[in-house]
Write a protein that binds this ligand. Structure first.
Ligand code: OFO
Length: 157
């Protein structure tokens, strides 16, 4: 269980870098709201990672930090591509969290099972947020005024 949680800490940090890269790409294309949204998402992912770090420490387990694997850095300033990529990634993360739950159940590690429930709920929100953005961006299409309004909304996250 300890090994699997350490791997998840790495995965959460990888997610953080992915979203920070999206924020940088959006920013370099003048998409201030999208850049802000992904910067906030980067911060959330680091919180997810540190929640696991705190949990391992509270259980007197060792935290092992591994190198962060390479991540994509270019979406050509296309928010739809970013959110589609983010949704696909979050679905993958949901699978990883479910896998951790399965290990906890198999090892009869009830404390970790309860701790993981927070992540199970969080993943529902993570996927829904990405899907909402995809739906909105598809509706907006090429309408620049509508996109400007939506970008301002994302800037307020
Ligand atoms: Fe940590 O939820 Fe996204 O990846």
């Amino acid at each position: 269980m300890q090994e699997a949680i350490n791997a998840q800490i790495n995965a959460e940090m990888w997610s953080a870098y992915l979203y920070l890269a999206m924020s940088m790409d959006a920013s370099s294309h003048g998409l201030r709201g999208v850049a802000n949204w992904f910067k906030k998402q980067y911060e959330e992912e680091m919180e997810h990672a540190f929640k696991f770090v705190g949990y391992l420490q509270s259980q007197l387990c060792r935290v092992e930090l591994a190198p962060i694997a390479e991540f994509p850095t270019c979406w050509d300033g296309c928010p739809l591509k970013m959110f589609e990529n983010a949704l696909a990634h979050e679905k993958k993360v949901t699978g990883m969290i479910n896998n951790l739950c399965a290990i906890a159940a198999e090892e009869k590690d009830y404390a970790t099972g309860i701790f993981l429930q927070w992540y199970v709920t969080e993943q529902i929100e993570e996927e829904a947020n990405c899907q909402d953005a995809i739906d909105a961006l598809k509706m907006i299409g090429e309408d620049k005024a509508a996109f400007f309004m939506y970008d301002s909304q994302l800037a307020a996250r």
